[in-house]
Every structure is written in C-alpha cells, then in structure tokens.
Ligand binder design. Structure first.
Ligand code: MGD
Ligand code: MGD
Ligand code: SF4
Ligand code: MO
Length: 688
C-alpha cells in the first residue's frame, strides 16, 4: 500500500526471540517513521510485541538516543566522557593498538565477546570472520545463555538444533512447555500458537506465568528439581503402559540402564522434592503419554546448577513414548539455521581460524579481564556485558583497567560502552539488509533497509570489513559484500528466489508441509540411535544416564533468585526506552506474600537483597504467582539508569551449570531483608 510518495516496507524482526515477526515500516518524510506488525505475517498477525512496539517507535528512531559517530574516550576510564571522531581516525587507532598487541602477545590477547544483539545472519556471524583471522580468544557466547541445554541434547539425540515444526501441532495429543515462558519470551506463540492449540497444554515452571495460567495444567515445581519431576513422569508412563518399547528397541540404546531408577521415582515420593502434587504428575503423564506430543524445552530450566542433567532427563520423554519421527511428535530446543540448509561455517569463516585459542566461559569473563598480562584488548559487539554478565561489580572494575584497550560496537551508549576506549555506532535492523532465520519456525525472512541510519552508523559487517582492510588482511572472505552473502544464503536455502522477491513476499517457509523431526529414524549420535545411556557423556565425566537428582532447597533464611525475561525488555535491550521503562516500572523484587510477611516486608517497602557477590536495593511487590522460597527480579534494567547503579546481575556470582561452563543464573540464593530506602540519586556508576 502506497502512502504519499513512500510505500510501506516489509521487513523482519531479528531479535533473539522465538517469533521472528514480520514488520512493516512506513517512512514519513520530515517525521518519524511508523513501525508496526505485518498483517500478512502469520506469526505476528499485524501486531508487534509490546516491547518492540514501544522501542521500534521510540528509542530506535530517536536520533538523540542513538550512537551516530565513532567516539574516543576522554578523561579517565569509566567516566563516560567521549569525543566524536571520524571513522578513519577510529579504525586507524584500533588498528594501531591491535597490531602492537598481536606483534607482542599474539591475537589470543584479544578477548572477543559477542552474542545475539542482532540474530540476523550477517550481523550475527560476519564479524567472526575478522576475529577468526585475528586469532582472538573467544568468550564462548552461548555460555551466557543456553549451552548446557545444547550439550545435554547432543549427548541424547546428537543435535539440539533440529527441533519439531510448530505446524505439526495440529496432529499432537498434548503440548508440554517445560521451563520456557512464552508469555514473555515468545509472545505470539503464547497468544496464538498455544492459545489456539486443539490439544491440552501442560506447563512446568516454578512461577505461575501467564502461559502457566492459560494452560490446562501447571506443574509448579521447586526450581532445580526438574530431573526428579521428569523421572516421576517416566514412572507413571512406564507403570501405566504408555511407553513405546518397540520404538525404544529400534531407535535407542540404554533404556534398560534407566529402568530401576524410573521404578524408584513414584510420584508420591517425588512430591517431597519437587512440591508438585502426585495427582498432577499422573494427569500430566497421561496427557503427554496419549501422544504423539510436543515437548518445548525452554532455556530457563537449564540455567540451573544441574541444568545439563535436567535437560537430559526431560529429553527422555519423547524417546520413551516414541513421540518422534511422526506428525505431532517431537521436541524443540532451538531450530538451527541448518534446517534451512544454511552453513554456519561459511558465515563464520571458520577456515580462517588457523589455531583457535581455547575459549573462556562468559562466567569467567571478570576474572579473565583481571589477568593484565594475558588479555590486553576487549571487543564487545552485539552484547552489553556490563548489564548481562555475572559478577557485575567485579566485571566493571576489571574493565576500568587502563591497559585494557576496549572497543564497543552498539546502537546505544550502554553501561558497556561507557567503559570503552573507542565506541563504534552500529546501524539498526531498519537501516540495512540481512536475512532472519527463526529459531522456532522453520522459516526465513528478509531484513530490509527501510530507513537511513543516524549520522555515520554502519552495519556490523561493514565495520569489520573496514577493520580487516586496515589490518592489512587479504583473505577474500573478510571482504565479501552483504549482497553477495545474501545471494549465497538464498542459493543455499534452495528456495529459488532473490532477496528482493523474499522481501516483497514476506516470511517464507521453504518446506510447504510441516517438517518431520528425525523422519529417517537416524540420530547423529555415535551409535546412530537415541543415547539414553551415553558413553560420550561418561567419557566427559558425567553419568552414563540422566540422574533423578535435584538441588537442595535454599539454605535457612535464603530464597532462590529467579531473573527471567521481562515482557518489556529484550535481555537488556530497550532498558533505555522511556515508554518500555515506564511500563516495566522500578526494578522490583517480587515475593510470595508469606515470604514477605515473614520478613516484615509489605508492598512498596524497600528490601535489601544480598548474595555472596553483591547487594541490591529493590522495592517489594508481593505476588502469589511467585512460589514460596523464590525471589523474582526481572532481567533487563540498565544499571546506570537505576538508582542503585546496578541490576540483578550484581547479585550473580557466575556459578556454572554442570555442563559446558554455562550459566546457572536461576540458581542464585539471596537473603532478603528490610532496608531503609533507595538512594535518592544514582550511585556514582560509570557514565552516570
Ligand atoms: N540475571 C540474568 N542475566 C542474564 C539472563 C537471565 O536470564 N538473568 N539471561 C542471559 C541471556 S539468556 C542472554 S542471551 C544474555 C543476553 O545479553 P546481551 O547479549 O548483553 O543482551 P542484549 O540486550 O540482547 O544486548 C545486546 C546489545 O546488542 C546491541 N545491538 C542490537 N543490534 C545490534 C547490531 O546490529 N549491532 C551491534 N553491534 N549491536 C547491536 C543492543 O543495543 C544491546 O546493547 O543475558 C544473559 N543474562
Ligand atoms: N520479552 C523477552 N523475550 C525474550 C528475552 C527477553 O529478555 N525478553 N530473551 C530472549 C532470550 S536471549 C532467551 S535465551 C529466551 C529465554 O526464554 P525462556 O526459555 O522463556 O527463558 P527464561 O525467561 O530465562 O525462563 C523461562 C522460565 O523458566 C523458569 N524457570 C526458572 N528456573 C526453572 C527451573 O528450575 N525449572 C523450570 N522448569 N523452569 C524454571 C522461569 O520461572 C521462567 O518462567 O527468551 C528470548 N525472548
Ligand atoms: S522481539 Fe520477538 S515478539 Fe517482539 S517483534 Fe521481535 S520477533 Fe516479534
Ligand atoms: Mo539468551
């Protein structure tokens, strides 16, 4: 539809979000553009989520909020004072510093931190070509998010990246959502896919989320007790003849090693550990066991001290019930880009990494940065470590080191950017072309340039092409144009259309019929079967089979701190949007009324939360949706915009999960006690 001289432009949201919504942009000369959902898109149905509706029409289009020129630090590190410089000067300075560091200490002295600020194919992958060529030390990106789950599923199924096709739900007997909260993290799946499912929906979550309320059954377990609950479900399935022995014999190894453990896990006994009434476990097992059923394995459940074992245990359900390889059955963690025939090694330029240094876990970033002789430079792009990473106080202190040359690439002057030597302005998804590959649906969407970037902001890819050139690198992969990458990706996807055609047509499902997970009955494990018992796991120091083990309840007087996704921010993105901020409200701690009363706390009082690494003052909000012994503080607040100068990660000691040195952020324990009041002015934090 044309409006004046300016037609609407269709594009796709590239956030780290299950939905990958179709978006429409209406440019308006002399006024702010309007950004809204694409009515023709079956996922968003014309409605963006509330956070993007605010931020895409707010801070993203606000020229005063966006970074528009490269900046060089003035004054002491962390004061947040900068001066604008040209791209030439910025690239020149970075190159000079990097060349000296590489000559003296090698590329490994450069730490490369990044994650999913944009999850579009080029913006997410392409800069890695530069870092692979440089030989930088990778801060293993997924360790801040979901690596324990990936590794666990690889043991069992050989892959974590080939999940069910949501379109197959029409053939399902039940959808089991375990440790995900789509009402915040996948809002359109909550509002449409789950709400409209023809079959019963079961949710396993310690919080009574909106998705749990909407479900037919909610198993409200104690955090970190999922493996015991999974074994109790397996017990009922086995006891009541709902397991598929023929499937197990044909497609799996090691079930016999698990049977005695399953037999021991009667629902009654499990209740003492999980808090879930046995009757609900029986009901859930019968609904799921009626199969074929879908199991959505969230990411929240694996951010636990035993997150790897939890995911391995939960992952037994589809195997034991034979809910795989047939319509309506399957599990989903994330759908990787390979299901669209895209090649991540090509995108990452993996062959440019001659002898990659051992990566470090995001959990170890603060301590690594304290090693002044080992790490001399830090790059942060697509990530806001001073808000998202653990050990917030220690990390910021380590980033203050004068000898640590720090380059931050972002759209906004984040807490992380405040600690940079050089800040580089990135263009947003509205300002350059790219390709979006949903990790829930097996779809592809074009990210289309609709607007000019503010000032001199550039796409991530162009920034790293310029740096590669200045460094004197010559490998052609480093200089491939976005246009060529897009053409190659679309050719690999085998959909036979150009980028312009994809852009015009909107989100596309390359396979017209629902994709059948593990249709050929082959599993990419060493045995080619589902490995209920895994020799690989054993060789890596884990048990051969999953274990019915749970975390102990919090020690006396302590509460388990959960800090999951908020509906008003996307991780820490939009934490600076005025509309999103006003809706999200203060950084509150939500407590069950009985836990609040036991501490003499009432709504609106200020509480002091304390862990072994930090303290946080937060107003109290009582809420019966929060179970006893849990404190809830949403992630996503910008530390420097808080009166306390910190967000919830100031309490996060960065403990690792059992697998993959991944985050155990939902396993933190805190004390909560009455405090006097919030400080009246922001604490003297970097850049405030
Ligand atoms: N307490 C607690 N902490 C958590 C979590 C939790 O549940 N609780 N969750 C963890 C999880 S799951 C994750 S994934 C991490 C996420 O942590 P981050 O990766 O830090 O989160 P984002 O807000 O997505 O930040 C990405 C940054 O990228 C920027 N950005 C957006 N687009 C572009 C672009 O095109 N180019 C560049 N250069 N930058 C861009 C955004 O402005 C933003 O500042 O946080 C983790 N931290
Ligand atoms: N609005 C919004 N959407 C987002 C994000 C965001 O920040 N905001 N972040 C994006 C990113 S990076 C990610 S990784 C995904 C994450 O999305 P999700 O997979 O939904 O993960 P979380 O929000 O961390 O937690 C989901 C649920 O897990 C529950 N949980 C915590 N501990 C346990 C446990 O021990 N067992 C069980 N069964 N459940 C537990 C929490 O109570 C929470 O309700 O969302 C993406 N989408
Ligand atoms: S963040 Fe997710 S729900 Fe919101 S517009 Fe983007 S894809 Fe849609
Ligand atoms: Mo994440």
């Amino acid at each position: 539809m044309a409006t004046g001289a300016h037609a609407e432009i269709r594009t796709t949201c590239p956030r780290d979000c299950y939905d990958a919504c179709g978006v429409v942009v209406l440019p308006r000369p002399g006024r702010r553009a309007i950004v809204r959902g694409d009515k023709a898109d079956p996922v968003s149905r014309g409605k963006l989520c509330r956070k993007c509706s605010a931020a895409y029409n707010g801070v993203l289009l606000d020229p005063d909020a966006r970074l528009a020129r490269p900046l060089r630090r003035r004054g002491a590190k962390g004061q947040g004072r900068f001066e604008a410089i040209s791209w030439e000067a910025a690239i020149g300075e970075i190159t000079e510093r990097l060349q000296a560091i590489v000559a003296e200490s090698g590329g490994a002295a450069v730490l490369n931190t990044h994650y999913t600020g944009t999850f579009a194919m080029i913006g997410y992958h392409f800069p890695m070509r530069f870092f692979n060529r440089l030989g930088a030390t990778e801060v293993d990106p997924d360790t801040v998010c979901n690596k324990a789950g990936h590794v666990a599923l690889e043991y069992v199924y050989g892959t974590s990246l080939d999940g069910f096709d949501p379109r197959t739900a029409a053939d399902s007997a039940c959808i089991l959502v375990w440790g995900a909260n789509p009402s915040a993290s996948a809002p359109h799946q909550h509002e449409y896919w789950l709400a409209e499912a023809a079959c019963p929906v079961v949710v396993v979550d310690p919080l009574r989320t909106a998705t749990a309320k909407q479900a037919d059954l909610h198993l409200q377990l104690r955090p970190g007790t999922d493996a015991v609950l999974a074994f109790a479900l397996l017990h009922v399935l086995c006891r009541d003849g709902l397991i598929d022995r023929e499937f197990l014999a044909a497609h799996s190894v090691g079930f016999d090693e698990l049977e005695s453990e399953i037999a021991r896990c009667e629902p009654d006994r499990a209740t003492a550990v999980t808090g879930v009434p046995a009757g609900l476990v029986e009901q859930a097992a019968h609904l799921y066991g009626a199969g074929p059923s879908l199991l959505w394995i969230g990411q929240g459940l694996q951010r636990q001290p035993t997150g790897g074992n939890v995911v391995r245990s939960v992952a037994m359900l589809p195997a034991v019930t034979g809910s795989l390889g047939r319509p309506g059955g399957g599990f989903l963690y994330l759908n990787g880009i390979e299901t669209r025939s895209l090649d991540s090694d090509y995108l990452l330029g993996s062959t440019l990494a001659a002898a990659p240094p051992a990566p470090i876990s995001q959990m170890d970033l603060a301590s690594a940065l304290e090693e002044a002789d080992r790490f001399r430079a830090l790059f942060c792009w697509n990530i806001n470590i001073a808000a998202s990473n653990p050990e917030q106080r220690r990390l910021k202190a380590a980033m203050q080191r004068e000898s640590l040359f720090t380059v931050v690439v972002d759209l906004f002057q984040t807490d992380t950017a405040d600690l940079a030597d050089i800040v580089l302005p990135a263009s947003s998804f509205l300002e350059h072309d790219d390709l979006v590959v949903s990790y829930f649906h097996h779809s592809l969407g074009a990210q289309v340039k609709a607007l000019e970037p503010p000032g001199e902001a550039l796409p991530n890819s162009e920034i790293f092409r310029r740096l590669a050139r200045a460094m004197g690198y010559e490998e052609p992969e480093l200089f491939e144009s976005d246009e060529d990458v897009l053409a190659r990706l679309l050719s690999d996807a085998g959909i036979g259309i150009t980028f312009e055609e994809l852009a015009r047509g909107g989100t596309l499902w390359p396979e017209p019929q629902p994709r059948l997970q593990f249709a050929d009955g082959r599993y990419p494990t060493p045995s080619g079967r589902i490995e209920i018992a895994s020799e690989r796991a054993e060789a890596d120091g884990f048990s051969r089979t999953p274990l019915a083990q749970a975390d102990a309840p919090p020690s006396a007087g302590r509460l388990r701190l959960l800090s999951p996704a908020s509906s008003w921010t996307l991780n820490d993105s939009y934490g600076n949007d005025p509309v999103a901020r006003s809706h999200a409200g203060a950084q509150a701690v939500m407590l069950n009324p009985s836990d609040a009363a036991a501490r003499g706390l009432r709504d609106g009082d200020v509480a002091l939360l304390r862990s072994e690494t930090g303290e946080l003052l937060a107003p109290v909000s009582t809420n019966a949706d929060v179970p006893i012994s849990v404190a809830l503080v949403y992630k996503g607040h910008w530390p420097k915009l808080e009166q306390s100068g910190s967000n919830v990660n100031v309490l996060n000691p960065g403990h690792k999960s059992d697998m993959a040195e991944s985050s155990a952020v939902h396993g933190i324990e805190v004390t909560v006690e009455p405090a006097d009041a919030l400080p009246t002015a922001p604490a003297p934090a970097a850049g405030s």
